[in-house]
Design a protein around this ligand. Structure first.
Ligand SMILES: [Zn+2]
Length: 433
């Protein structure tokens, strides 16, 4: 499992460089403190550290040492206190390494579409909400019952592709009040900041940015073009009156394709129009528009959507472009749902802090998810172990359970144990007599 080992070594180095508020160091290194927090997300277990502490007490070793390369395990309170001042941008090198690893080992092939291009979905999501806990970076909203919600949101950028369910989160941009700003921050501003800060890193992948109707406005579309990418955003009639008025009565190009999808017969009807104005005014950007309707064998529409894009839509590529536009639903279905429901505890992570902790934990969570995807793409043993345990959730249940009682010398032995549903004799010995 050399690829995972290298990613964890990279993360170790990133954590070692975290700002340390202690004068003259302390009992625990910043690397141990950072990796401790990360291990909870990577193992998807709130209790991982407490089990490892028991193993340390009994056997003077633990999976924190063997799998994550830590020397000692700090207490939860110490982890929270030491990580609160650390801004999530300190994890950038690890996010970069995930991408570089995918590219170096051919993992990007799984994600290339539209002639070797990358699809990056931009999406806002709330990752924390509470009526009790709050920090100075929390956004607030009043409830009808007079109570105040404290919440945090982020603009996530995620590599997606139609045809499979793997996704790779990139470093997010947090939606939080910016220094000197009067108003509350919003998703659109965060998207522009994300493009300004990160678009250059992915420019050579010739990205096509996907997003919902909120982003299909001139400033964001211009920012995408200026960053060297293209856009493919949902565009609803209500929010794009000029665009739809312009096309009203015009002859749309059209193409229908009937195909089988798991025993069902589906008819996809594509309509498109070239160079329509995105908004009112002389300086309006000219965009191509695509409408997609999918109907079942009885002619009942099961999907109806419309998009604007800076790509040139042709009869040859309209179906591919539409499939890419629809890949964005993965963000909800694959990424955020997994993060929120399947054991990542994204919304109720392990503390909130007073400065950056909530953001740092959310970023670590995404980073853990990104590393899981790298393993899904590139680590054969990991993939075999995942297949052996079928559902993602079950795979992590098994990981959680066996690492609570057994110390594995390396990831290879852990994965082999999952594949065989049985630890090798020298590991099994740990719990005998
Ligand atoms: Zn907060």
């Amino acid at each position: 499992m050399l690829i995972l080992d290298r990613l964890l070594t990279g993360l170790h180095d990133a954590c070692a460089a975290f700002p340390d508020k202690r004068k003259g160091g302390g009992d625990y290194s910043m690397a141990d403190i950072g990796l401790s927090a990360f291990s909870l997300f990577f193992m998807q277990s709130e209790s991982f550290l407490s089990y490892q502490r028991s193993l340390e007490d009994e056997r003077k070793t633990s999976n924190c040492r063997t799998l994550f390369g830590m020397a000692k395990i700090p207490t939860d309170n110490h982890i929270r206190a030491m990580l609160d001042p650390v801004h999530p941008s300190h994890l950038q090198s690890s996010f970069d390494q995930v991408f570089a690893t995918l590219r170096a080992h051919g993992g990007m092939k799984e994600f290339e579409r539209l002639g070797g291009r990358a699809l990056i979905a931009l999406d806002g999501t709330e990752y924390f909400c509470s009526q009790k806990l709050g920090c100075p970076n929390c956004r607030t909203r009043k409830r009808a019952n007079g109570k105040t919600d404290f919440h945090h949101s982020m603009l996530a950028a995620t590599l997606v592709a139609p045809g499979h369910n793997m996704v790779v989160p990139l470093m997010p941009e947090f939606i939080a009040k910016q220094d000197g700003a009067e108003k509350q921050d919003c998703e659109r501003n965060a998207a522009r900041r994300w493009l300004a800060a990160h678009a250059e890193r992915v420019e050579d992948l010739r990205p096509v940015y996907l997003g919902d109707d909120l982003f299909a406005c001139q400033p964001i579309c211009e920012a995408v073009l200026a960053s060297g990418g293209d856009f493919l955003f949902t565009a609803k009639p209500d929010s794009h009156k000029t665009l739809y008025d312009f096309m009203n009565g015009a002859a749309l190009e059209e193409r229908s394709v009937t195909r089988k999808d798991g025993g069902k017969t589906l008819t996809c009807r594509y309509r498109w129009f070239s160079r329509a104005p995105l908004r009112d005014g002389k300086d309006a950007l000219a965009v191509d528009w695509i409408g997609v309707t999918i109907s079942d064998a009885k002619g009942k529409a099961t999907y109806d959507g419309a998009f604007v894009t800076s790509l040139d839509v042709t009869p040859e590529n309209v179906a591919d472009i539409a499939a890419c536009a629809r890949a964005r639903w993965k963000i909800e279905n694959e990424s955020f749902n997994v993060l929120k429901n399947n054991g990542y505890h994204l919304e109720h992570n392990f503390g909130h802090g007073k400065q950056n902790l909530a953001m740092l934990f959310a970023a670590m969570n995404l980073l853990a998810f990104a590393m899981h995807t790298v393993c899904d793409c590139l680590e054969d043993l990991w993939r075999d172990a995942r297949t052996a345990k079928r559902a993602r959730k079950r795979f992590f249940e098994h990981v959680r359970t066996i690492t609570a009682y057994l110390v594995f010398p390396d990831w290879r032995t852990l994965m082999t144990t999952l594949i065989n549903s049985k630890p090798p004799p020298e590991i099994a010995k740990q719990i005998q007599g």
